[in-house]
Ligand binder design. Sequence first.
Ligand SMILES: [Mn+2]
Length: 308
Amino acid sequence: MTQETRYVVGHQQPDTDAICSSIAYAHLKQEQGENVLPARCGEINPETRFVLDRFEVDDPDLLEDVTGKQIILVDHNEYSQTAPGMRNAEVVEIIDHHRVGDVETGTPIHCRIEPIGSTSTLVTKLYREHGVDIPEHVAGLMLSGLLSDTVVLRSPTTTDEDRNIAQELAGITGVDVEKYGRELLQQKSKLGEKTPREMVTGDFKEFEMDGGTVGIGQVETVTPEQVLEQRHAVLDAMHEIREERDYIFLTLLVTDLLEEDTEAFFVGDRQNVFEQALDTTVEDEQASLPGVMSRKKQVVPPLEEAMK
Ligand SMILES: [Mn+2]
């Protein structure tokens, strides 16, 4: 009997780590003789497009709905961030580097979650643990996921393991970490033709907190002025989105990757809680967050704590 196809899927609005770790992990499983394919549940962003072209790798197939399918989750483990139909899919494995979320399974599964810089780092470790050689193009993909998520090893989420594995993957790929990393940052910053609404929702996550849902978007860029100059249009879009989705509040983190600082737009209620949690002051719906680069590590935990 042939094994049913399993799909490796990252989160919605996939970033480079989500796409690259799904391709890399599917390849590892295939090398182990399993019937596993990479997939995605959203459009490829410009940075990831650059990476796939660079290493000449095909796009993973788009899954519109995963109902009834066997799924390996990478780079997320929360229903609010996942593909449509996931509550009616069979999650058979989780590989992630985020907090433990709310995905439930009917039977025990393999689950690997570590507090490291990227899912790609974790997938690299799995290649090592299983003694499977990493092909050059897969090394390139995993290096890209790692450098994208850690902002070229600058984010506070970066660990020594990430630094070591980045060097190792760069060696296999034959690129220089800093030089290739800067190329990636340039791609990440290409806002191109994005509308203000797309700037807000491009990299966006919802969090269930005491009292309701909070929306947190992030733009990581080397040219933050491109967003800040359009503050009125961006704030209008944020008010619209908040009304449609009934958030307690909505914030957009505009993160300057070179200065390692963030300017946040804020709309909604509980402004005092936001200010207190992040030790800042909101003036005209905008606040400075010096030294803040990571939504996951520096923004979500204090907000959750303060909302209690
Ligand atoms: Mn990631």
